[in-house]
Design a protein around this ligand. Structure first.
Ligand code: ADE
Length: 223
């Protein structure tokens, strides 16, 4: 399978260093399964100060990302990977779910992810966007964290990333509302008088499977 090209358009490329440079996301690129590139939107800004934002028509607080720098950055990314799809995180987007991650991991090739900042962007950019997505019912200061969530949730599903583990195979049979995992335990067997459920020590695989399926429930908060 060809490496999945993931191009990120952002004003804060350094925010991605820790996330893409460690653990499974780093391994995926080290193994040639995913390939990340950061496009600094500032490079496509206008004038000597490389301006990327301006005030909204009609008034209102804050600044909006202008359409021209965004489009130039998208065009550069498209020149690198013409069949890539363009993703835009926005609270107005479709709620992002595991089924979307699976579809992107299995059906789509490259990804170009725009990270908006300030109070938003000129709506005309959406004409060049394939998928607008929202990661939850809250508002963040920018698109970098949603972009990281999109990348992490897709890359972990690519074959070879979680090497040797069957966890993504198990998940592949689940639906969006069935992603709850069962509780797990490791050593010690007893910690501060709290023992591991005895069935997990029984060696009885059928009983363990039954216990796990019965206990795949959302956790309940205290108080
Ligand atoms: N930008 C700001 N908040 C967001 C959210 N919840 N999802 C996607 N993009 C966002």
């Amino acid at each position: 399978m060809a490496s999945k090209k993931i191009q990120i358009i952002t004003l804060f490329p350094e925010m991605f260093e820790g996330v893409l440079g460690n653990s499974m996301l780093w391994k995926a690129s080290d193994r040639g399964i995913a390939e990340y590139s950061l496009i600094n939107l500032r490079e496509y800004g206008q004038g000597p100060r490389r301006q990327v934002d301006d005030t909204p028509y009609g008034g209102g607080d804050g600044m909006l990302l202008m359409v021209e720098p965004l489009l130039k950055a998208i065009e550069v990314a498209k020149a690198n990977d013409p069949s890539a799809k363009v993703y835009l995180p926005t609270p107005r987007g479709e709620l992002y779910k595991q089924s979307t991650a699976k579809r992107i991991a299995t059906e789509e090739q490259g990804m170009i992810i725009i990270c908006p900042r300030y109070e938003g962007y000129d709506e005309r950019i959406t004409e060049w966007v394939d998928h607008q997505f929202c990661i939850g019912g809250y508002v963040l200061t920018g698109g970098e964290l949603p972009a990281m969530i999109l990348i992490d949730s897709v890359v972990r599903l690519l074959p070879g990333v979680l090497g040797g583990e069957t966890s993504t195979e198990i998940e592949s049979f689940q639906q969006d509302d069935e992603n709850i995992e069962f509780p797990q335990y490791t050593r010690p067997e007893t910690f501060q008088d709290r023992a591991v459920p005895p069935v997990l020590l029984s060696g009885n695989h059928a009983a363990i499977e039954k216990w796990r399926s019965e206990n795949s429930q959302p956790s309940v908060n205290k108080g």
